[in-house]
Design a protein around this ligand. Sequence first.
Ligand SMILES: [Zn+2]
Length: 75
Amino acid sequence: MAANRTVNKLLDQKRQIEQELKSIRSECTHGSQAIKQVHVREGSQVDARWVCDECGSIQRHPNKVELDNFLNNKK
Ligand SMILES: [Zn+2]
């Protein structure tokens, strides 16, 4: 039961954090963005996406030119 209580507490905190992130991200104008390697889904492989510098939300797929530049700059 102790583990169960801890899990419930953590899930509660996770919900609160997700709500806070959602509210920050909904107010963000995403004015500053950069291409980053991100996990698009939990447990997925990393993939390049435009990510907001301010709130960390994933914005869109880079196009081929943007992706080539990103990969070249990494070397
Ligand atoms: Zn943002």
